[in-house]
Design a binder for this molecule. Structure first.
Ligand code: MF3
Ligand code: CO
Ligand code: CO
Length: 298
């Protein structure tokens, strides 16, 4: 919790600016910030959010290291002529070899170990016999369970040389994740993250997908809270240290609307425009955030 002086007037029934989630009158107005146990209990009861302890965080960090290693392993294999099924097999074997379990496999009936989303596919593309072609973009989304802990990350890659449109959507989306992460701080809110992402995407004429959002992660694949990639500053849930969630903006070059294919998974842009995504698993800390699936976003 921070003890910074508060600018402006805080009402006694407003959320405490320390980020505890308690009313101001029950928190820093009358006493030191609420202690860790009270905040844990409050977040569980109020939001169904399970805050993470240092041992949990270390477990998720180790799972996250394997996720990033898997992405790096696949990156070297992306070229024209490779099928998305070949990438899936490589990811599956790499994960198992390192003691992990691919979380997507059989998750709600999903039939493969990773998601591969090419060009106009927004997310949840199912690996298959599609061959990658020069100029494609492909998102690879890896979620791994290691010693019971989940970490989740994805990146969008170029296949060969990118078109100007491909370069634009990938650059804008990567910067959206960077800005979303930069908005994370104890005492901020989930809405701050969404606002930062939406304003960057829309200022470049791109659009934010609304049907899929970031999510709490660590003990399970998808936990509370939801992290929309659009929103208003100061709205949503107050962020506190120990929260772990993904930020995973899906940004379209055209309009935001989507269609789901008959496989019931693959989400594509309704207008056929390119869509990109980047995702990391983020820990809220006292002074900002730490990525538990760190990779370069510059
Ligand atoms: N990894 C995706 C996410 O970021 C979820 C994929 S669900 C699956 O939340 F079943 F398609 F794997
Ligand atoms: Co995710
Ligand atoms: Co993911």
């Amino acid at each position: 919790m921070n003890h910074k002086p508060v600018r402006g007037k805080v009402g006694r029934n407003d959320p405490c600016p320390c980020g505890s989630g308690l009313k101001y009158k029950w928190c820093c107005m009358v006493r030191r910030p609420a202690d860790a146990d009270r905040i844990r209990e409050y977040y569980l009861n109020q939001y169904s959010i399970r805050l993470k302890e240092p041992a949990d965080i270390e477990g998720i960090r180790q799972a996250g290291r394997l996720v990033v290693d898997t992405l790096d392993h696949l990156a070297g294999q992306i070229r024209p002529g490779v099928t998305t099924d070949q990438l899936d097999t490589l990811a599956h074997e790499f994960t198992i070899h390192h003691g992990g379990i691919p979380a997507p496999l059989n998750y709600k009936g999903f039939p493969r170990s990773i998601c591969t989303s090419v060009n106009e596919v927004i997310c949840h593309g199912i690996p298959g016999n599609r061959f990658l072609r020069e100029g494609d973009i492909i998102n690879i989304d890896v979620t791994t369970i290691l010693h019971g802990y989940y970490a989740d990350a994805n990146k969008t890659y170029f296949v060969g040389r990118p078109s100007p449109d491909a370069r634009k959507i990938v650059d804008v989306t990567r910067e959206c994740l960077r800005r979303g992460m930069a908005a994370v701080r104890s005492g901020g809110t989930t809405g701050d993250i969404g606002w930062a992402i939406q304003q960057h995407a829309e200022s470049h004429g791109c659009s934010v997908v609304r049907e899929f959002v970031g999510h709490g992660v660590g003990f399970a694949f998808h936990e509370e809270p939801q992290i929309p990639h659009f929103g208003r500053r100061g709205h949503g849930i107050p962020l506190v240290p120990g929260m772990v969630f993904t930020i995973e903006p899906m940004i379209n070059l055209g309009e935001r609307h989507l269609k789901i294919l008959s496989d019931q998974w693959t989400a594509i842009t309704a207008d056929g425009s390119l869509s990109a995504q980047f995702e990391q698993t983020i820990l809220v800390t006292e002074d900002g955030c730490e990525s538990l699936t760190p990779f370069d976003l510059s």
